[in-house]
Design a protein around this ligand. Structure first.
Ligand SMILES: Cc1ncc(COP(=O)(O)O)c(C=O)c1O
Length: 441
């Protein structure tokens, strides 16, 4: 343990305090102590570019970038300038501010399916807003979500369909149906089983696996034939795969889509966008029954909206998306070569895209394992890299990626030696990390 630990005295003291007052010790489950090995920094003090410092002053290369939000880097000056400008002019008013319309117009000009835009604070708001609108438009109660998506929203329609469904009424759970990505038959079967009853199909258009055999086009046609709406959850893929989202990359426009994460460099802004025919139902000038769509006290917060406009403009100006693709690919290639050089390929799986690389880790028998993941994170943290998952950002430069590849190589070496020696379990200090979605602690 000694060699693995940085000095964490302040971190441990302050984290006890957080755990006493916050259930889970964090406001996002993926940040919890159960997601990290025992030698992980418990509390972060500050970040700059792609570097983080914990409260004891230890420095790390950040590969997770604020759950995928700080795409330009922590404390990115042009975004901060825009935020500062608004902060001193007042942050929220009883009528809309000018920049709400400006961001909506910008999003409409960039996202192929965006004729109208409703802003929120969280990705969950936007996805759940889309589900609500689809139900309202179609008058149907069932919804279908992609079983391969790890997460779509904190709301009951999604959480009720996971193992952590405590507190969600059974009646609500039953309304969410599931289909498989790239399996059009699984979608057809749902329409056969619930004819005229499904309001929408919701999915991440591209996650780690490419769409095959025109799956997304076929799904759109199938939805339209059956009077349902197609919703793309672009909370992760938006402003990452392409400036107009994955929908621009794959050339399929959904009826509604949801954006969040990458659109405001860490500030809290999300957007439900879509075709006017559906979106206008949330408005106040049609003569149909009204739909109460995404109305929040903080939705018009000026400095966050300014951050979003500045972030999107910088992504365009710096050609940051090309940088994400290149950087992530360099990382995947570097790690692949390192693992081959070490003869450790059997312990790591590399998949995904340059903009969204995925790594998982295998135990001695070649099975994906939380124990192997824990050992990997323990060793990379000990060497100054925080990599619970990978989000390439504009702040990651070649020297950072070279450093991370070296750290991953050293970590894989430890994993291989442990696997071939006393076993990975014996090399882990503390408990193994656990999946977020589990029934019991
Ligand atoms: C694909 C996807 N959709 C929606 C969400 C929800 O976003 P938020 O946490 O901003 O509510 C997430 C969050 O991780 C996500 O990964």
């Amino acid at each position: 343990m000694e060699k693995l630990l940085h000095n964490y005295s302040e971190s441990i003291r302050l984290s006890k305090l957080a755990n006493e007052y916050i259930p889970g010790g964090a406001h996002t489950y993926s940040k919890g102590d159960d997601q990290f090995p025992a030698n992980a920094p418990k509390l972060i003090d500050r970040g700059h570019g792609c570097k983080l410092w914990d409260v004891d002053g230890n420095q790390y290369i950040d590969m997770a970038m604020s759950l995928g939000t700080t795409v330009l880097g922590h404390a990115y000056e042009p975004v901060l300038d825009a935020v500062r400008y608004e902060l001193v002019r007042g942050v929220n008013f009883c009528r809309p501010s000018v920049i709400e319309g400006k961001l909506a117009e910008l999003l409409s000009s960039l996202i192929p399916s965006a004729e109208m835009v409703k802003l929120g604070k969280h990705g969950s708001d936007a996805v759940t807003g889309a589900i609500k609108l689809a139900r309202a438009y179609t008058g149907r109660k069932y919804i279908a979500r992609c079983a391969d998506d790890a997460f779509n929203a904190i709301h009951d329609w999604f959480i009720g369909s996971t193992v952590v469904n405590r507190g969600v009424p059974e009646e609500v759970q039953r309304l969410t149906l599931q289909f498989k990505y790239n399996d059009i038959e699984s979608c057809e079967r749902l329409f056969d089983e619930y004819p005229g009853q499904i309001a929408c199909f919701n999915l991440e258009p591209v996650s780690f696996t490419p769409p095959k055999d025109n799956f997304l086009e076929k799904l759109k046609t199938l939805c339209e034939k059956n009077g349902a709406l197609l919703i793309f959850d672009e909370v992760v893929s938006g402003f990452r795969f392409s400036i107009g989202g994955a929908q621009e990359m794959v050339g399929v426009t959904p009826h509604l889509s949801a954006f969040g994460k990458a659109m405001a460099n860490g500030f809290s802004v999300s957007a439900l966008v879509g075709q006017k025919e559906f979106m206008k139902l949330g408005g106040i000038s049609h003569d149909q029954e009204r739909v109460f769509l995404l109305s929040t006290t903080h939705g018009g917060e000026t400095h966050s909206i300014a951050a979003s406009i500045a972030c999107i403009n910088e992504i365009i100006k710096q050609d940051a998306i090309a940088h994400f693709w290149k950087t992530g690919q360099a990382l995947m290639d570097g790690i692949k070569s390192a693992s081959i050089e070490l003869g450790a390929e059997k312990y790591i799986n590399i998949s995904g895209y340059g903009v969204k690389p995925a790594f998982s880790f295998n135990d001695e028998c070649g099975n994906i394992s939380m124990l192997a993941r824990t050992l990997f994170m323990q060793e990379s943290i000990a060497r100054g890299v925080l990599m619970p998952y990978v989000v390439p950002s504009f702040a990651h430069k070649k020297e950072d990626i070279d450093f991370v590849v070296e750290v991953v190589k050293d970590s894989l070496k430890v994993m291989k030696e442990a696997a071939e020696g006393k076993g990975m379990a014996s090399a882990i200090v503390g408990e193994a990390v656990k999946p977020v979605f589990r029934k019991f602690n």
